[in-house]
Design a protein around this ligand. Structure first.
Ligand code: ATP
Ligand code: XMP
Ligand code: GLN
Ligand code: MG
Length: 515
């Protein structure tokens, strides 16, 4: 395939951003946890390696290390924060714990010219960078020299130009390091010599060949949700294998108001791809009765999705593959590596593989992409804007927007309220400025007064966020008049809600969905 960069993850909260910066420069990158980095290095044959930051301290026994093979391979390496520290330690330098902790903004003084700083930082100048560390390198390995310093990090940037090893104590991947993206680009392009050949047009060609090679003459069913990911996956797979593909839309009874019919109509209007519409709402809602734990909900839904796909595959005379629009963030957020570095936040319904008994293999052509890349691929495939610009909607649907037990009555209330909220957002011309917006029905009743009578009804939470890829998000800043209008309409029009609140939590520390 294309040239690539391997990012070895030591558990930093911002490892994702390294991958994004590399990809923004038109270069393909993959993140692998340090435990499986040696295999990934052998398989991917990257042209450059970046070592991420991480919460551990290299001064502790048993703390994570990069595979030694990476340093003897001749491939250029960039270490960031923990990555710098482990690189120094592994190559014969020294790291000490507990000096001055530096969190947030710091100033970097450039000492020497370096290809890393080419075009934006010259010797004798000072620049803002973002730091987050307690440990620091106190002795450099042989062959290294200091190229920049900061007040609390005498080895803020170091290099062994002969071996193409570079290491920085600050975080170039975050936006609080202006020019950080350029630094990463210099490493990838100028130092490691990678070409910018990661484009969606190239991806489309490569994936079509891959899908054909994987599927052969087999039959594929594709879970179609109406969301952008599965629409892009279906159209791409259809381009590759034509009528070997059948799409299956599962109505689990957890869809929004009018959504099931709309999805089916929209898809049939635009595409000549066979689509089966399954009403499985009884099955899902019965299975979810009295379930209130979020992870149990997610796993129950995941299991029933698989059951429905299996039944539908039988009905069309059997299928060899199940296709899904699984994305890179779905995979990362669901996976936890034993012994760290990152923890499972939530089990996405579509990650975790298929049961043995199914004898079906997965086709997931978007598994390496971030959301904005999928949208770009959708545009490349000429998907109508109605699909490409749609807010994401989670596979478990409204189930994870009703904390606690799910009942048909609560689903009805939430559907009506959510529809009013989205209607007002569209009317105000805000739909495209918001990344995702939805209502949440809280398992809390409060007292109100309406028409001189007492009410004792549900609280409804409103959520709206801005984001690029759903990995981090900020709450959307509505004006208060807008929120007031939505609250009034919902309380007047939806029986069962007498109070509306707005969620002002970012991600992190919150997640976008409430469960
Ligand atoms: N109701 C459904 N019927 C069939 N398949 C579904 C359904 N909901 C989700 N899936 C499958 O699970 C995958 C992951 O869902 P997810 O919500 O992440 O993606 P999406 O719905 O395609 O796009 P978006 O994230 O924009 O909503 C989908 O791509 C699809 O293959
Ligand atoms: O298909 C999905 N299956 C899931 O199980 C799931 N959980 C969350 N989401 C969506 O992912 C994005 C990030 O959500 P969180 O911040 O809540 O993890 C948001 O866009 C969420 O709507 C899911 N999508
Ligand atoms: N952000 C990091 O990578 C921190 C590295 C190490 N844990 C330190 O405190 O110095
Ligand atoms: Mg969806």
């Amino acid at each position: 395939m294309t040239d690539s960069v391997l990012i070895i993850d030591f558990g930093s909260q911002v490892t994702q951003l390294i991958a994004r910066r590399v990809r923004e420069g038109g270069v393909y990158s993959e993140i692998h946890p340090y435990q499986s980095a040696a295999e990934a290095f052998a398989k991917l044959k990257p042209k450059a390696v970046i070592l991420s930051g991480g919460p551990a301290s290299v001064t502790e026994a048993g703390s994570p290390r990069a595979p030694d093979g990476v340093f003897s391979s001749g491939v250029p390496v960039l270490g960031i924060c923990y990555g710098q520290q482990t690189m120094a330690e592994q190559l014969g330098g020294k790291v000490e714990a507990g000096h001055h902790r530096e969190f947030g903004r710091a100033f970097l003084s450039i000492d020497k010219p370096s290809p890393l700083f080419d075009g934006f930082w010259s010797p004798g100048t000072r620049h803002q960078v973002w730091m987050s560390h307690g440990d620091r390198v106190t002795r450099l390995p042989d062959g290294f020299q200091v190229i920049a310093t900061s007040e609390n990090a005498p080895f803020a940037a170091v290099a062994d130009e002969d071996r193409h090893f570079y290491a920085v104590q600050f975080h170039p991947e975050v936006v609080h390091t202006p020019n950080g993206a350029k630094l990463i680009s210099n490493f990838v392009h100028k130092i490691a010599g990678l070409k910018s050949d990661w484009t969606m047009a190239a991806y489309r060609r490569v994936m079509i060949d891959k899908i054909r090679a994987q599927v052969g003459k087999g039959r594929v069913i594709c879970g179609l949700s109406g969301g952008v990911d599965s629409a892009v996956a279906a159209v791409l797979i259809h381009e590759a294998i034509g009528d070997q593909l059948t799409c299956v839309f599962v109505d689990h009874g957890l869809m929004r108001l009018g959504e099931a019919d709309e999805v089916v109509r929209l898809f049939r209007d635009h595409y000549n791809i066979p689509l089966v519409h399954v009403d499985a709402s009884e099955q899902f809602l019965n299975a979810l009765a009295r379930v209130s734990d979020p992870e149990t909900k997610r796993k129950t839904i995941g299991k029933h999705f698989i059951d429905v796909f299996e039944t539908e595959a039988k009905k069309i005379g059997g299928a060899d593959f199940l296709a899904q629009g699984t994305l890179y963030p779905d995979v990362i957020e669901s996976v936890s590596f034993t012994g760290g570095p990152s923890v499972t936040i939530k089990s996405h319904h579509n990650v975790g593989g298929l049961p043995e008994r199914m004898h079906m293999k997965l086709v997931e052509p978007l598994r390496e992409l971030f959301k904005d890349e999928v949208r770009a691929l959708g545009r490349e495939l000429d998907l109508p804007e109605a699909f490409v610009g749609r807010h994401p909607f989670p596979g478990p649907g409204l189930a994870i927007r009703i904390p606690g037990e799910i009942t048909r009555e609560k689903l009805d209330i939430l559907r009506q309220a959510d529809a009013i909220y989205l209607d007002e957002i569209r009317k105000a011309g805000l739909y495209d400025a918001i990344w995702q917006a939805f209502a949440v029905l809280l398992p809390v009743r409060t007292v109100g007064v309406m028409g001189d009578g007492r009410t004792y009804d549900h609280v409804l939470g409103l959520r709206a966020v801005t984001s690029v890829d759903g990995m981090t998000a900020d709450f959307f800043h509505f004006d208060m008049a807008f929120l007031g209008r939505v609250a009034t309409r919902i309380i007047n029009e939806v029986r069962g809600v007498n109070r509306v609140v707005y969620d002002v939590t970012s991600k992190p520390p919150g997640t976008i969905e409430w469960e």
